[in-house]
Ligand binder design. Structure first.
Ligand SMILES: CC(C)(COP(=O)(O)OP(=O)(O)OC[C@H]1O[C@@H](n2cnc3c(N)ncnc32)[C@H](O)[C@@H]1OP(=O)(O)O)[C@@H](O)C(=O)NCCC(=O)NCCS
Length: 176
């Protein structure tokens, strides 16, 4: 059982409720493009082909995809949004809601894995995805959104009304 109107339960194939989809952002998309939550049966809809244009996806079977989907749904803090056109996913992005002790036990929204298929770039799908993530973050009670990106993508995120703050530090670990 969930106690949020924005989460889905049981056999619902959507990762989260469509109530979180902004009608304004949907209306701003080109005709024939639909903004929606990731679904459990999206494995064969080109999701990994799009994600693979951002970074290495590795080999992921349908079963492993579904197990990861189920985990994200149970956790209730993962919001993967997709743009679909002609039955294929052409863009996607993720909001992760971090529950903090700081800021009176507030929430921060982490923007991750933003990618538009290379055949679909320049149609404002990227900016719409970020608008949708900002909409969800506010609806879910976040006091800020934040992300890491490559230097060359800074102008894109500035067009999305985000600004540079602080620096990223990272360390990658070897895996067996
Ligand atoms: C970055 C990315 C998501 C942009 O998506 P897109 O749909 O092509 O972008 P949009 O059409 O919404 O562009 C919105 C505005 O940003 C500008 N813009 C987009 N990418 C840009 C870039 N890399 N540098 C400068 N400006 C950029 C566009 O020209 C447009 O400007 P305008 O409003 O003045 O016309 C897309 O290029 C992509 O998927 N890249 C590969 C994956 C990646 O790097 N993701 C980001 C991970 S942090």
């Amino acid at each position: 059982m969930t106690n949020s109107p924005f989460l889905t339960e049981g056999d619902d194939p959507q990762l989260f409720s469509s109530k979180l989809i902004s009608s304004e952002v949907q209306e701003a998309l080109p005709d024939g493009y639909t903004l929606r939550p990731l679904k459990r049966d999206d494995y064969s809809k080109g999701f990994f082909e799009v994600l693979g244009q951002l970074s290495v996806t590795g080999e992921v079977s349908q079963q492993v995809f579904e197990e990861r989907f189920d985990l994200m749904k149970r956790m209730g803090c993962y919001f993967v949004v997709c743009v679909e056109a002609v039955d294929e996913i052409v863009a996607c992005a993720t909001l992760i809601v971090e529950h903090k002790f700081l800021h009176e036990c507030g929430q921060a929204g982490h923007i991750e894995d933003v990618v538009v298929s290379d055949t679909q770039r320049g149609k404002k799908l990227g900016i719409r995805l970020i608008d949708q993530l900002k909409h969800m973050a506010q609806a879910l009670g976040c006091y800020k959104v934040l992300l890491n990106c490559k230097e060359h993508n800074v102008p894109f995120y500035e067009k999305c009304s985000l600004s540079t703050a602080q620096v990223q530090m990272t360390r990658y670990f070897d895996r067996d």
